[in-house]
Design a protein around this ligand. Structure first.
Ligand code: XMP
Length: 508
């Protein structure tokens, strides 16, 4: 693969993957490397441009990450973001100081629209700022090309040397035209031709997978969800015949789901193994009510089933998973807080019988995985499926999990999904949750004392945040009436009207 490359040098910024993703969106290949990557290696790579990420440090701290001054005389365009901008100024003998007032949040910036960086934009731009330090005097050759009320150097440039810096974060959605600013950098400053597509991603991954796996075999945990299905399609293209997909039916699937998954993979170029492990999982989960304990138990049982299956086959060296970037972030990687342990990240036990893990989708976001799935020729119904968490209905039952509760939830959930689909109501994810609350009702002439079911439907772009879906009452009314009439032991239905934050998508 000989695509033009934008090199993202990481100085500890929490949004580095988002920067790389935005560059990919512009059809340009990008690669993240540590901020201290040797200059010789950078020269050999010959990127068309370099982006310095942000980072939590102050350039004046003794141990804060530095960059080699030689970088600025290679003739390669550089864009510094937040700490990256400050580092560029500090290294080139400008001055950085704590600002009189810390700027945090969406801040309006006035930009110089004659700069290539802001070409095609209005002069007022909402941006996300998050900084304590700021540039107070510019290095030789630089001018200010944007300012906010509190920050005179919100963006700077030295057009001769093609060096640019922005104090705000163009990679996040709060900066409304951030992608356009990055696009301007890669096209108008670095001269990109836009030669990178998802097919190139496939090609690079296939090469890397083949190199790593050699003649060995891979065992993939396949849930039938979008991520693991796309991962299966990619791996079966890379090492056909060497891929064994284990689908663990843990008894926590939705109605008829186990059979549907099996049918979807029956005719593919891979070895499909279904393990019916309902009794095992339900016995391990018996009496467990704590959400994290449920997640850890399920994570551990998945691995133990995979290990058992691997032993039955020969030469299985690798475990593959369809982990994607938001799973990694939410499970507390990169010093972010552990909100909940996704079963395939924080839920993995320390020791495993595999030589290594293969996660080709680890740097991708959900919508990119869907594009990839389409490119790999997976059926639309599979690729466009709403996400279903690995721990399944275990994290949609509050309190103890029993077979009876699972059956109640399965039936109610199927009705909700069926009615939304019949009404052609679109939401990114929708499901039912069986609460632990029982309440009094009346049915026929008799008293009931039964469960309350909660319905949840959300809109989101990346599942990191969401809003609740404003489903018309008419549809909700029909769903509620069908559920209480058709599903025994539910006598009350409520609708969850909370966003994330402060709630999360799943209840557990
Ligand atoms: P939360 O509840 O964290 O959900 O706001 C965000 C998205 O992630 C899904 N989710 C999971 N997916 N394993 C998964 O594969 C998990 O352990 C897990 N927990 C949550 C959730 O369904 C939503 O789409």
């Amino acid at each position: 693969m000989n695509n033009q490359t934008i090199l993202v040098l990481d100085f500890g910024g929490q949004y580095k993957e988002l920067i790389a993703r935005r560059i990919r969106e512009c059809n340009v290949y990008s690669l993240i490397k540590p901020g201290n990557m040797p200059v010789e290696e950078i020269k050999a790579m010959a990127p068309i441009g370099i982006i310095f990420t942000g980072g939590p440090n102050s350039v004046y701290e003794k141990d804060s990450p530095r960059c080699n001054p030689e970088l600025f005389s290679l003739g390669i365009p550089i864009l510094g973001i937040c700490y990256g901008l400050q580092l560029m100024c500090y290294t080139l003998k400008g001055e950085v100081k704590p600002a009189a007032r810390r700027e945090y949040g969406t801040i309006d910036v006035t930009v110089d629209t004659t700069s290539p960086l802001f070409q095609g934009l209005d002069s007022k731009q909402p941006t996300l700022m998050s900084h304590t330090d700021q540039v107070v005097s510019l290095p030789e050759g630089f001018i200010s090309i944007a300012h906010s009320a509190n920050c005179p150097n919100a963006a700077i440039s030295d057009t001769k040397r093609k060096l640019y810096g922005v104090q705000f974060h163009p990679e996040v959605e709060h900066t409304k035209n951030g992608t356009q600013i990055l696009r301007n950098f890669v096209y108008h400053v670095c001269g990109a031709s836009g030669d990178y597509t998802m097919d190139d991603f496939i090609e690079t991954q296939i090469k890397e997978i083949r190199q790593k796996v050699g003649n060995n075999r891979i065992l993939l945990g396949l849930s039938g969800g979008v991520d693991s299905s796309v991962c299966a399609a990619l791996l079966s293209k890379a090492v056909p015949g060497q891929l064994f997909c284990v689908f663990v039916d843990h008894g926590l699937m939705r109605k008829n789901e186990g059979d549907e998954v099996e049918a979807a993979f029956a005719d593919r170029d891979l070895h499909f193994i279904r393990v019916n492990a309902e009794d095992l999982f339900l016995s391990k989960l018996a009496g467990v009510t704590d959400p994290e304990a449920k997640r850890k138990i399920i994570g551990a049982e998945f691995i133990s089933v995979f290990e058992k299956e691997a032993k039955k086959l020969t030469n299985i060296k690798y475990l593959a998973q369809g982990t994607i970037y938001p799973d990694v972030i939410e499970s507390g990687a990169n010093n972010s807080a552990n909100i909940k342990s996704h079963h395939n990240v924080g839920g993995l036990p320390e020791r495993m019988d595999f030589q290594g893990i293969i996660e080709p989708l680890r740097g991708l976001f959900k919508d990119e995985v869907r594009v990839l799935g389409h490119r790999l020729g997976l059926p639309k119904a599979l690729v466009d499926r709403q996400p279903f968490p690995g721990p399944g209905l275990a994290i949609r039952i509050i309190g103890e999990i029993t077979k009876e509760k699972l059956d109640i939830l399965r039936d109610a959930d199927a009705i909700f999904r069926e009615e939304l689909e019949k009404a052609q109501y679109k939401a990114h994810q929708y499901f039912a949750v069986l609460t632990n609350v029982r309440s009094v009702g009346v049915m026929g002439d008799g008293r009931t004392y039964d469960y309350t079911l909660a319905l949840r439907a959300i809109h989101t772009s990346d599942f990191m945040t969401c809003t609740f879906a404003e489903i018309p009452y008419e549809i909700l009314g029909k769903v509620s009436s069908r559920i209480v009439n058709e599903v025994p032991h539910i006598n009350r239905v409520v609708y969850d009207i909370t966003g994330k934050p402060p709630a999360t998508v799943e209840w557990l």
